[in-house]
Design a protein around this ligand. Structure first.
Ligand code: ADP
Ligand code: ASP
Ligand code: MG
Length: 438
């Protein structure tokens, strides 16, 4: 069985955790392993690149110091023969970043800085595998993970290169690659977006013809609700691709939203596992039957802005919605939820970077209102229209909550409601207590 394993930041967050990851790789017989940066690294690098831009050298130096402590402690605890080489490598990367802060010449892109976390972590980890006596080879993901001008991965190139490097490579070797990072259309070091290592692993897992992609993290699988926000959540043992994709899209942080699609298309199951507790069952995501339970899980996506357009021209008109959507298309802003009435349409977006342009272009259609700081709460399950009473149960659960929008009927597996973010915790907990009683 060919397996691709991905380990997130906490899983490789210390020397002790890296040792545990090495044991998992060997016991699973992983063909390809995809690693994130040690936990906290990417946040720190984001902070450094922002501080370089604003000329805040105190923050740059304090944050570089924090990374130096973190990585040197890990290297000293983990490596012996390769310790000096690894420390030098770390110092090189940090010195390049510190030098950029000194000169402010804009020679390093933010994305170059962000990529250093995955590059350093994977290099240290691969040396550990080798010191532990395993045949491990470090791959360079930017050499085979390329994106087009829209940021879409070039899967044909990825498949070709990884077939040559890994699928037709030595089956006795553990191949180690970086998640998250890639080369953009202009040939520069870039990335697939925050949390993108899961997506890297899915694409790479498909490219080498894996039978299974395993996402190893710090929790025992997909829970029925966000465990960071809600009390009494529980892991779900099996779920369909569509359900998992819906939950990831609507905010279940355990999976990057783009992860499921490539695996679904290739028919490769995805297993979520806990690296802190490798024996725990985790969650198997496959094309299995959807769970027959009424309600399966709840997810929430923050940072949602509503754009409401009221236009008398919408009355009995056709082509109006097309014109509205063309504006969002022009500014490459995806729409999540949409509701319409006779002369109004409300839709939600999570990226507001082109909002001013969008409002300007929508204004000739009618009045445009913007409402920020909202959360989409998505309830996933077997909730087709024929199951009379399920919608009533959902609304009974949230009867104390002011609901701004409702979306149901696009499929038989989800209902989404929009609430102000200040009501998110109350909404999630109330739904949890009501739909999943102990
Ligand atoms: P990694 O660094 O391994 O990619 P992440 O922090 O991205 O890990 O994802 C794992 C975290 O996702 C968990 O620690 C948990 O707090 C959070 N999470 C949010 N929603 C869910 C959910 N529905 N099920 C499981 N974990 C969830
Ligand atoms: N290290 C990256 C991040 O923190 C990618 C990932 O962890 O998936 O966003
Ligand atoms: Mg993650």
């Amino acid at each position: 069985m060919i397996k691709t394993l991905k380990f997130g930041g906490t899983s490789v967050g210390s020397a002790a955790n890296m040792r545990r990851v090495a044991e998992i790789i060997v016991s699973e017989g992983a063909r390809l392993t995809v690693l994130s940066a040690m936990s906290g690294t990417t946040d720190a690098l984001v902070k450094i690149s922002a501080a370089i831009r604003t000329g805040d050298s105190d923050t740059v130096h304090a944050t570089i110091g924090m990374l130096r402590d973190k990585y040197s402690t890990c290297i000293e605890e983990l490596l012996t023969a390769n310790r000096t080489a690894a420390l030098d490598r770390m110092e090189d990367a940090l010195a390049t970043v510190a030098n950029e802060a000194l000169t402010y010449r804009g020679e390093l892109s933010d994305k170059w800085i962000l990529a250093q976390g995955e590059l350093l972590t994977s290099a240290i980890f691969c040396l550990h595998m080798q010191e532990a006596g395993h045949r491990a080879v470090l791959l360079s993901s930017p050499e085979f993970m390329h994106t087009d001008p829209e940021g879409k991965p070039d899967t044909a190139k990825l498949n070709r290169e990884l077939t040559r490097l890994v699928a037709e490579g030595d089956p006795g070797v553990y191949y180690i690659a970086q998640g998250f990072i890639c080369t953009d259309a202009e040939g520069h070091l870039s990335n697939l977006g925050r949390g993108g290592s899961d997506y890297s692993a899915a694409l790479m897992g498909v490219a080498i013809g894996s039978d299974e992609v395993q996402i190893w993290t710090d929790i025992d699988g997909m829970h029925n609700n966000d465990p960071r926000v809600v009390d009494r959540t529980f892991p779900i043992r099996r779920m369909s691709f569509d359900e998992a994709a819906e939950l990831a899209y609507f905010g279940a942080k355990i999976l990057h939203p783009a992860t499921i699609q490539p695996c679904k298309e290739a028919g490769i199951s995805v297993r979520l596992k806990n690296s802190m507790e490798p024996q725990a069952e985790g969650t198997l995501i496959s094309d299995a039957e959807e769970n027959a339970m009424d309600f399966h899980a709840i997810a929430a996506k923050d940072g949602i802005t509503v754009v409401r357009i009221a236009s008398a021209r919408m009355l009995m008109a056709y082509g109006f919605l097309r014109k509205v959507f063309e504006v969002f298309e022009k500014y490459r802003t995806p729409v999540d939820m949409i509701t319409t009435s006779e002369v109004e349409v409300s839709l939600t977006i999570d990226s507001t970077c082109r909002l001013d342009d969008i409002i300007r272009e929508l204004s000739p259609f009618g009045s445009v209102e913007v409402d920020r700081d909202n959360t989409i709460v998505c309830i996933v399950g077997c909730i087709g229209y024929q199951h009379v009473g399920l919608a009533a149960r959902i609304f009974d659960g949230v009867k104390e909550v002011p609901i701004k929008m409702i979306s149901y009927g696009a499929n038989h597996r989800s209902m989404a409601i929009l609430v102000a973010t200040e009501h998110k915790k109350q909404t999630l907990q109330a739904l949890n207590d009501h739909l999943f009683p102990a």
